[in-house]
Design a protein around this ligand. Structure first.
Ligand code: AMP
Length: 120
């Protein structure tokens, strides 16, 4: 099944500066900002600046540079938050079974307390 990218999703609007975000860090291909409805004391979202629907689309179709810059920014966010020793969790939801709400690829960076078991 081929799903097309929805240009009106909320993260596309953030990338076009149509709605604001609380920016944490960015690089040439990637943006990190605070989640508006945090699920942990610290909850950051990392998104590519180009249009990819989910993890599969991104890893299938993004350039090597985009992939490299993406994971570099995730690493920079971990440094920025001083999560290296305390620990953290990365999550990426995909599609219907993954309960993905916003159809623009993103990784959640969660931490700031012990997050418990992964799936309750
Ligand atoms: P997901 O369910 O993995 O697609 O996660 C989407 C995330 O986007 C949720 O954690 C929302 O709280 C977050 N979110 C939705 N709108 C905004 C926004 N305008 N700014 C920041 N985060 C948002």
């Amino acid at each position: 099944m081929n799903i097309s990218y929805d240009e009106n999703n909320i993260f596309a609007k953030i990338l076009r500066s149509e709605i604001p975000c609380n920016k944490i860090l960015e690089n040439e291909h990637t943006l990190a900002f605070s989640d508006i409805n945090p699920q942990a004391p610290i909850h950051v979202l990392v998104i590519p600046k180009n249009s990819y629907i989910n993890f599969y689309d991104f890893t299938k179709n993004a350039s090597i540079d985009e992939v490299k810059f993406f994971w570099k920014l995730v690493n920079d966010v971990i440094d920025h938050l001083k999560f290296e020793y305390k620990g953290f969790r990365l999550i990426t939801n995909s599609g219907k079974d993954g309960n993905q709400d916003v159809p623009h690829f993103h990784v959640h960076v969660l931490g700031g307390k012990n997050l418990g078991r992964m799936i309750n």
